[in-house]
Design a protein around this ligand. Structure first.
Ligand code: IMP
Ligand code: MG
Length: 184
């Protein structure tokens, strides 16, 4: 599966597992004593793997929902235009909502989603991202409440993150070799 396309492993499976456990415990602790129902909202499709592991690490009653969005390609990302392919199934009004994202790159997708979901009157709205890319940003970022790992500004795949739709099923996080063609 790696066939030279993965330049190196950035975060091993065991480290991911450990960190996800910590995040889950932290989310449960932060929610303790709250009356509002806890809803984790996964951003399709990149957050699916992280979401599946994270929810099993949260020892508190919770429900899940998903939203599918897409930016209009790299070149137009700065416009912050995001298209919703699939909206939430349930209302989030009065709920403690945690948006679960795979990676914060420019942060524009997330800003858009936070604005959108805030208008639906949740009791609280927080963000949990598996990865946070350390890079320059020419705009303000929305606060990220939970971050799994801070990574350098490189293109990464695995643990849900894709390149041209592939590599989401790698159990670790890897750096894609420059110029690697998509498999298949
Ligand atoms: P943002 O709006 O620039 O923060 O875009 C974030 C989205 O771009 C993420 O949800 C990913 O789907 C995608 N993305 C950004 N960086 C990477 C990467 O290194 N590997 C794979 N996908 C990425
Ligand atoms: Mg994504």
């Amino acid at each position: 599966m790696e066939d030279g396309a993965i330049e190196r492993v950035l975060i091993e499976e065991g480290r991911i597992r450990e960190r996800v456990r910590e995040l889950g415990a932290q989310i449960a602790r932060d929610h303790a004593g709250r009356d509002a129902p806890l809803i984790l909202v996964g951003i399709l499709r990149g957050a699916v793997v992280f979401m599946a592991d994270l929810i099993r690490a949260v020892e508190a009653p919770l429900t899940i929902d998903f939203i599918a969005v897409s930016s209009y390609g790299r070149s137009t990302k700065s416009s912050g235009v995001v298209r919703i392919f699939k909206d939430l199934n349930e209302s989030i009004e009065g709920a403690d909502v945690i948006i679960v994202e795979d990676i914060i790159d420019s942060g524009l997708t997330l800003s858009y989603l936070v604005d959108l979901l805030r208008r639906r009157n949740p009791a609280s709205l927080r963000v949990c991202s598996f990865l946070f890319k350390e890079r320059e940003r020419d705009h303000d970022l929305v606060p990220i409440d939970y971050i799994g790992f801070r990574i350098p500004d490189e293109f990464v795949v695995g643990y849900g993150l894709d390149y041209a739709g592939f590599y989401r099923n790698l159990p670790y996080l890897g750096v894609l070799a420059p110029g690697a063609p998509p498999p298949g």
